[in-house]
Design a protein around this ligand. Sequence first.
Ligand code: KG4
Ligand code: ZN
Length: 332
Amino acid sequence: MKYILGIETSCDETAAAVLNEQGVVMANLISSQIELHSLYGGVVPEIAARRHLEVLPFLVDEALAAAGIRPEDISLIAVTCGPGLIGGLLVGLSFAKGMALGLGVDLIGVNHIEGHICAGFIEQEVEPPLICLTVSGGHTALLVMDKIGSYKVLGRTQDDAAGETLDKVARVLGLPYPGGPHLEERAACGNAGAYPFPVVHTDNPYDFSFSGLKTAAINLLHRLNQTRQPFSSADFAASFQGAVIKTLVDKTVEAIRTTGVKKLLLTGGVVANRELKSRFQKASEARNFSLYYPSPVYCTDNAAMIAKAGFLSYHTGRRSDFSLRAEPGLSL
Ligand code: KG4
Ligand code: ZN
């Protein structure tokens, strides 16, 4: 094993990364499309795919240069094959297949959610079994990881993902896309107890449902607006963000209690949120479990996590062949 190239194009970040043979990150480049999509208030799949196509070849060249290696030094290419937007996935996958075929090296398809989980192994040693909570713009999943490649999903969202909900409510508040980080900023000096939000129940206690919470928030905003009541967007942002985080913490703590697994790994874009980490930190002290999460750069979409997942899977003997397909609805 020499170097591993990771490629990520499943949503609105074109990303390429290089790891060395020990799995250490040598280069991690991300070309964000936020500016392109902010005009529309969300990701436009067709525009995203076209931009991936334009950017990816140059970004891979830059990643190799940043790592100080040549294409011939690569021995494995790891690429996101799902879940995600079909156009973007096809761009990444076609590029990775072409390059692997040209170089005569191994190819490995990575599930994007497994990629997020493996971000937790980039900067620290964590020994499974673990409870993993992955919260991003497209996914909310609570699972037990026994080892690399072995996951038992306890629950997932029944409708919107946590990040998607934050983004939508932020948009109604007039904040730019993607709203999660802007909502966090607005919430920083707000009172989280100012506005009450309902607790949403699900049949499976580990499933999530954010759509009702989102509708309650939007209806409340409209009501406040129509009746011209005094309104603090900071208080509203803090209350809504607090309600989303409370759901995530409560269900995860319950999973830790019932499974007896005393280590928790948080991953995905929403984990960049400082309030979320602080609430989980408090829970870990109160409930006596160990808490792990990656640096913000490895929380949001990146290719180092895809390369890391490919590297770890490769060492369990997994390989993909050239029949590897893009699967927008791929589950773990
Ligand atoms: O993991 P990610 O980059 O992409 C997906 O796989 O979906 O996650 C993006 C999501 C967006 O919803 C964004 O608003 C949210 O992560 N996000 C945050 C923060 N930074 C990113 N949400 C809350 N607070 C943040 N600081
Ligand atoms: Zn993601």
